[in-house]
Design a protein around this ligand. Structure first.
Ligand code: PMP
Ligand code: GLU
Length: 397
């Protein structure tokens, strides 16, 4: 029998697939260097694990309110006021099963068939698919390495039509590491107000900043902007809690209510124990995050220096998140072991097969001249992985 035509067109998440493949190869005893993973390699801090154990001991193992426990929603409000200078009430917060689920709920809640959503490119792999799953149309606006992948407001203006319903901004950015400047954030807000569309602001990497880069939450600009913004964040990246699956959206209660209704039928509450663990994380000091960021920072410089020291590949130095976009344009259409590398997929495949190094092809992010490397792995792995990449590139004819 025929399956859903709309969903047959949805591609699997390439980031998750590559990560799973690298982990599987490692499990088989193969000496894989995994640069694919979009997750911190640090363990979840022990006080968070203790909070989860305590929640179990206290019997917090039943359904919670579908939108999340009140204490967690309140502590998210406190965090948003403290860190991001935006004021929300708990009824304007929806806790979901990871920020990915928050984003999914948003597009289900705001889009009608044919609505356009502007997505700066390179983009995180799931944005276009999520928009399509909600019958929307992704509209891409290219950003350039020469501008550190920052958004060009003139180009953005050209992409706006009468059907534009939203823009997705993701700063710090996955995959480019770009951190938007205040003028860019203000320019986007002004265009959204003028042309009447929503701003979906994915701030999941907000804590991972380097070289003095600052994060600015677009919703903090003024109450009118706050009203059209859906601010998304979560526990995965800042607290090394990828497997716990807690993310959240803050926004106008009218939209949050529609999202909450959808969630109440689709998943009910996010995991009760993970909610209590998240409460402990959000109420803690940020020392633990600072420590991780300083280690990421060292690895970031090391990775970028190594890449730029290899003839034929290059990168710009990212200011946020934990990814480097490695420019492979000069390697394309050359041959490795008799195989023509016609695309980023070919490059990534050949590298994994011949050198056991996993990277994500840029095509997953709409940027075929690149592959993405994550530096959420040890310095030793980065060094060894880049030795192998160097020998791979040297073997190209
Ligand atoms: N947004 C971006 C840009 C991401 O890279 C990720 C990573 N998975 C997410 C959202 C979702 O994170 P999670 O669902 O683990 O909270
Ligand atoms: N966001 C991470 C990445 O881009 C994790 C995988 C995923 O959810 O896509 O690799």
């Amino acid at each position: 029998m025929e399956l859903s035509r709309k969903n047959l067109g949805i591609a699997a998440s390439l980031t998750l697939e590559i990560d799973a493949k690298a982990k599987r190869m490692k499990g088989q005893g193969i000496d894989v260097i995994g640069f694919g993973a979009g997750e911190p390699d640090f363990p979840t801090p022990s006080f968070i694990i203790e909070a989860a154990k305590e929640a179990l001991d206290k019997g917090y193992t039943r359904y919670t309110p579908s939108s999340g426990i009140m204490e967690l929603r309140q502590s998210i409000c406190d965090k948003l006021l403290r860190d991001n200078k935006v004021s929300y009430e708990p009824n304007e917060i929806l806790v979901s099963n990871g920020a990915k689920h928050s984003l999914y709920n948003i597009f289900q809640a705001i889009l009608n068939p044919g609505d356009e959503v502007i997505i700066p490119s390179p983009y995180w792999v799931s944005y276009p698919e999520m928009v399509k799953m909600a019958d929307g149309i992704p509209v891409f606006v290219d950003t350039m390495a020469e501008n550190n992948f920052g958004i060009n407001l003139e180009k953005l203006k050209e992409a706006i039509t009468g059907r534009t319903k939203a823009i997705i901004i993701n700063s710090p950015n996955n995959p480019s590491g770009c951190v938007y400047k205040r003028e860019q954030i203000e320019g986007i807000a002004q265009l959204a107000l003028e042309h009447d569309f929503y701003i979906v602001s994915d701030e999941i990497y907000e804590e991972l900043l380097y070289d003095g880069a600052q994060h600015l939450s677009i919703a903090s600009l003024d109450p009118q902007v706050r009203d059209i913004t859906l601010l998304v964040n979560g526990m995965s990246k800042a607290y090394a809690m990828t497997g716990w699956r807690i993310g959240y959206t803050a926004g106008n209660s009218k939209i949050i209510n529609v999202m909450a209704n959808i969630q109440s039928h689709a998943t009910s509450n996010p995991n009760s124990i993970a909610q209590y663990a998240s409460l402990a994380a959000l109420n803690s000091s940020k020392d633990i995050i600072k420590d991780m960021v300083s280690q990421f920072d060292t690895r970031r410089r090391f990775m970028a220096d190594r890449i730029n020291g290899i003839a034929g590949i290059s990168c710009t130095i990212p200011q946020g998140a934990f990814y480097v976009m490695m420019n492979i344009n000069k390697t394309l259409n050359r041959m490795h072991n008799g195989r023509v590398l016609g695309s980023s997929l070919d490059f990534a495949d050949a590298l994994l097969e011949s050198k056991n190094v996993a990277v994500v092809p840029g095509i997953a992010f709409g940027a075929d001249g690149y592959v993405r490397l994550s530096y959420a792995t040890s310095k030793e792995n980065i060094d060894e992985g880049l030795n192998r990449i160097e020998s791979f590139v040297k073997e190209l004819v």
